[in-house]
Design a protein. Structure first.
Length: 157
């Protein structure tokens, strides 16, 4: 079942759209979601959009196993991936889709270092789609934490 979803995601092509059009499309998806469209109904388009943003940011495409992991995460399942298999990249897809609801998303990591690294590393992908990303770390001042928690996607430990 999920392999057919991966094929559907791969069949949506945003390569001819400029960067502004990608952010506009993300806003349209957000509006649809906030107007009552179920998240599952926009998953294919949202994941295809993230895939294009990843390609434009890093110059490579997500592997099928990373997209399958992203689908499982969105379904509320736990995933297990070895070091280097792309857990950070896999988390971008469901974080983006969930953030479209305009309620804020928290992505939890194993430590402060990873929270900061992941927010800085994946931040350009989120920003290219019109979302903000921040991180929370131990020792941050209250105002810094407040600012991070106001982001669309907040990484933390």
């Amino acid at each position: 079942m999920n392999s057919s979803i991966v094929k559907s995601i791969r069949s949506v092509n945003f390569s001819s759209h400029d960067n502004g059009a990608l952010a506009d499309f993300a806003r349209q998806l957000s509006n649809r979601l906030c107007s009552g469209t179920p998240a599952n109904d926009i998953l294919v388009e949202a994941y295809a959009l993230v895939g294009e943003a990843i390609y434009r940011t890093f110059g490579y495409r997500a592997f099928d196993v990373q997209i399958l992991a992203a689908i499982a995460l969105f379904e509320g399942k736990l995933i297990e991936m070895h070091t280097g298999e792309g857990k950070t990249l896999s988390a971008v897809f469901p974080a983006f889709l969930s953030a479209l609801s305009r309620k804020g998303v928290h992505v939890l990591t194993a430590n402060d270092y990873l929270a900061r690294r992941d927010a800085e590393w994946m931040g350009p992908v989120y920003r290219s789609l019109g979302l903000s990303a921040g991180f929370v770390q131990e020792g941050m001042k209250t105002e810094e934490r407040r600012e991070a928690y106001c982001c669309d996607i907040t990484e933390g430990f």
